[in-house]
Design a binder for this molecule. Structure first.
Ligand code: NAD
Length: 374
């Protein structure tokens, strides 16, 4: 596991996924056997890795990726490093014959993303990319509504994602500074458009065109060491996506917005038969049969608050951590050859949409999203 000292690598992948799997006694494979993950922590700082290993009772760590990759007992290489370091490390792991699983975006640009997808496929190793949003309780409920035919014909999707990321001067920033430097693979488009690509594709249909306006609203920030730096990457993106079937999706992504909504991300879906608003955990609906009749009249105050006219979708099941659920599926894919569709080609689609989004903004026009092939 490379990049486990980072935010995602540590919290979501090591603690909430693999260590959680160990705490539950391993992964039952259904035939009486149990898969027991043995993580080897890989990173740049021996001190940080040792401290982490000790904290969790692990005994294997290394600052030398190639040594770990040369170990025949290692089956899977996982990568949650900063984006710009990913493709090179994936290539080394694939060359060593390891199965690979990694964070999104799978590479800093489309050429590299396609290259690693092709290399992994040619090498015959199993490969996957994290697409955690699909496993969020809120989006699982949305999926359930779609499967149950709640919406009838879906007309449009509007997504609102974002929160204020402090500039780092008088309050520390809650995201690493590389996120704001283009040279390090930063920028909200590269970060979030890969998520929007698979969320839209899996729930509503593939994205056929993209039109985006990006901005760097806060060009000056202060880094982890208290030093000012220029933010070269975009910190907000306003995107319009045309999907198959004429569905229009519009998604705002911003690290320069203050939150006035129940969750950090929300998607409103309007269909002929009903509408839904899904967040990370919650999902509320309004069916056509109970849709009120708003009348535009600024002279009278709103009689009944609109938010109260929606009904909460029940959980009806227990939702496990989404990263862990996807890890379990990947491990089953590797060991049992069970079906899996979130491969490096699907990761490349996310990188493609990010690239086209940035180009659309730079050129001031709407761009077609061609279907990718290996
Ligand atoms: N799936 C998601 O929802 C989600 C959310 C946030 C980030 N991510 C992705 O996860 C990856 C890691 O993001 P993060 O927020 O955990 O970042 P982070 O800065 O907290 O962690 C980065 C990791 O990369 C390592 N690293 C290797 N070379 C480095 C270098 N030259 N400079 C800095 N760090 C270096 C660090 O040691 C650290 O372990 C990114 O690719 C990001 O796009 C995914």
């Amino acid at each position: 596991m490379n990049g486990v000292t980072g935010r995602m690598g540590y919290r979501q992948h090591l603690v909430r996924s693999l260590l959680a799997l160990r705490e539950q006694g391993g992964l039952e494979l259904g035939d009486g056997t149990v898969l027991w993950p043995e993580p080897i922590l890989v990173g740049r700082s021996e001190q940080a890795l040792r401290a982490l290993a000790e904290r969790h009772g692990l005994d294997r760590w290394s600052t030398r990726l190639d040594d770990v990759l040369a170990d025949p007992s290692v089956d899977i290489y996982f990568d949650a490093q900063l984006t710009s370091a990913r493709a090179d490390a994936l290539r080394r792991a694939i060359a060593a014959g390891k199965h690979v699983y990694c964070e999104k975006p799978t590479a800093a640009d489309l050429d590299d993303a396609l290259d690693v997808a092709r290399l992994a496929t040619a090498a015959g190793v199993k490969h996957g990319v994290v697409q955690d949003k699909l496993f969020l309780p809120g989006l699982r409920k949305l999926r359930r509504l779609l499967d149950g035919g709640f919406f009838g014909r879906v007309l449009s999707v509007r997504g609102e994602f974002g929160y204020w990321v402090f500039e780092g001067d008088w309050q520390a920033a809650q995201r690493p500074s590389w996120n704001y430097r283009t040279a390090d693979g930063g920028g909200i488009v590269r970060d979030m458009f890969p998520h929007w690509e698979y969320v839209l594709r899996e729930l509503f249909g593939p994205v056929r065109t993209v039109q985006a306006q990006v901005a760097t609203h806060l060009p000056h920030r202060v880094n982890e060491h208290g030093r000012p730096y220029e933010a070269t990457a975009d910190d907000a993106a306003y995107g319009v996506f045309q999907l198959d079937g004429g569905i229009v999706a519009q998604i705002n992504s911003s690290w320069a917005v203050r939150v006035d909504r129940p969750e950090l991300v929300e998607f409103q879906v309007d269909g002929v038969e009903g509408s839904a608003v899904a967040g990370l955990r919650g999902c509320r609906v309004q069916h056509r049969s109970v849709t009120p009749r708003p009348v535009w009249n600024p002279d009278v105050p709103v009689a009944a608050p609109f938010r109260e006219q929606w009904q909460e979708v029940p959980d009806n099941e227990v939702f496990d951590n989404g990263f862990k659920v996807q890890w379990e599926l990947f491990l089953r894919h590797v060991v049992l050859d069970e079906p899996w569709r979130w491969d490096l080609l699907s990761g490349a689609r996310g990188v493609q949409l990010a690239e086209l989004g940035l180009r659309s903004s730079a050129e001031g026009r709407r761009l077609t999203v061609p279907e990718l092939e290996l």
